[in-house]
Design a protein around this ligand. Structure first.
Ligand SMILES: Cc1cc2nc3c(=O)[nH]c(=O)nc-3n(C[C@H](O)[C@H](O)[C@H](O)COP(=O)(O)OP(=O)(O)OC[C@H]3O[C@@H](n4cnc5c(N)ncnc54)[C@H](O)[C@@H]3O)c2cc1C
Length: 404
């Protein structure tokens, strides 16, 4: 059986960020990714100040800034039965917001890793603990099992590692989201702002990435389950469904969807890990833990999923390095002695992250409830709760995950 020190499952944002953070501290890891290439689903996302602070620590922020415009403000517009009820403009973040193409981010992270770190086409099917050493063993489809000293599950929303930890399953929201981007060869004329429009059962967002490229999403609230299988089998089906949903929007929105880059189109049913599960979840079993969506999957309502995954990577690498340093990871310390150190490092990581993640997932959850609420009483309830708990709506962007 192959024996490795630190194994990361999933070469998405959290997995690559964690591996790069460890590498920058001189600690080796191996990332097992099931796709044959670094995955491209998900189009793009907005990254706020806290995410940029994490990217600085990972050494890729300046490279990513070259391809994305700063977005100073956010505009929220609400229509009811065709009538504009509210419009507000505010800061998008304390500091910096930019849209980043997912491919650019994963490539920047992956290219900064040493050769041999990322193993593509490597899907894990289960995890167990070795009966004698209590270290994890990862079973890989069509491959030899791998024994690891530390296993970090960054395998996204349907995580095998979080199931191994015994975490409660994630919950489905009634909503589905379509994400994509559209290229305007002669330049678009949209203002340099993130705009979100809610019209009855649909929420649309648009974020310019460059002067020629915009990222957009359409969230279909209360979307019937049968849409999962029947209507959306091909990219063309996703476009048709999206165009039908935004029938009441202005022509520029419809043109944007019609002319989108078909490869970037991605539809998913929104799921989340309940805030009370983030508060009480047991995120460590032996020397196995989780990061990113596997740990704290949340709806897109604050746009913090990616940034929180980047923060996880920085904090986890720092905690492992503080306890172990590079030498102890690769040294011949006895299995049982080093296992306790690994466990302590993981506990420190969980302790540091939990407060931050409970805040983010609660604010995201309440914001989602407010957006979905149809009765005025429920709307008032969620507005009051948000005002009491999160008076500063964008306070979450001030967070600094600290130095590596
Ligand atoms: C509509 C929408 C809009 C969003 N907008 C934003 C935004 O504006 N800003 C923001 O910060 N976030 C946003 N997010 C959230 C963001 O996309 C996620 O939080 C982020 O991608 C999580 O990264 P991750 O690495 O945890 O998971 P992923 O990026 O999903 O990576 C998981 C990886 O694990 C691999 N994997 C899974 N299972 C296995 C296995 N068994 N073996 C091996 N590999 C495996 C997968 O192939 C994948 O590469 C949005 C989400 C949605 C749905």
């Amino acid at each position: 059986m192959e024996e490795l020190d630190i194994v990361i499952v999933g070469g998405g944002i959290a997995g690559l960020a964690t591996s790069l953070a460890l590498h920058r501290k001189g600690i080796k890891s191996v990332v097992l990714e099931r796709s044959e290439s670094v995955r491209s689903q998900g189009a793009a996302f907005g990254i706020q100040t806290n995410g940029w602070l994490a990217l600085e620590q990972l050494g890729v922020a300046d490279k990513l800034r070259l391809n994305s415009l700063p977005i100073p403000q956010i505009r929220d517009v609400m229509f009811e039965k065709g009538i504009k009820r509210r419009e507000s403009v505010g800061l998008a973040s304390y500091g910096e917001v930019r849209g980043v193409i997912r491919n650019d981010l994963v490539r920047a992270l992956a290219h900064a890793l040493p050769l041999g770190t990322l193993r593509l086409g490597c899907q894990i099917v289960s995890v167990q603990l070795d009966e004698t050493t209590s270290f994890p063993i990862v079973h890989v489809q069509n491959g030899e099992p791998i024994k690891a000293k530390v296993l970090i599950g960054c395998d996204g929303s349907n995580s095998i590692v979080s199931r191994f930890l015994g975490l409660n399953p994630t919950k489905a929201l009634g909503a589905r989201a379509v994400r994509g981007f559209t290229n305007y060869p002669d330049g678009h004329e949209f203002p340099n702002e993130f705009i979100r429009i809610k019209m009855d059962n649909v929420v649309c967002g648009r974020l310019p990435i460059t002067h020629k490229l915009v990222f957009w999403f359409v969230v279909l609230l209360n979307c019937p389950q049968e849409l999962d299988s029947n209507l959306v089998k091909k990219q063309e089906d996703i476009t048709r469904l999206t165009l039908t949903s935004i029938g009441e929007f202005s022509e520029d929105w419809k043109e944007m969807v019609k002319n989108c880059d078909m490869d970037s189109l991605y539809i998913s049913r929104l799921r989340y890990r309940a805030p009370w599960d983030v508060m009480s979840g047991k995120f460590r079993r032996g020397t196995v833990t989780v990061a990113g969506d596997s740990m704290h999957l949340m709806g897109p309502f604050l746009g913090q999923g990616t940034s929180a995954a980047l923060e996880d990577g920085v904090v986890l690498a720092r905690c492992l390095w503080r306890k172990l340093g590079q030498n102890s990871v690769n040294s011949n310390v006895s299995y049982s002695a080093s296992r306790t150190q690994f466990e302590e490092a993981i506990d420190e990581y969980i302790r540091e992250r939990r407060g931050r993640l409970v805040g983010l997932s609660t604010q995201t959850y309440l914001t989602g409830c407010l957006i979905e609420a149809s009765s005025p009483v429920r709307k008032i309830l969620f507005v009051v709760l948000l005002m009491i708990l999160f008076r500063d709506r964008i306070g979450h962007t001030r967070y600094d995950c600290g130095r590596l």
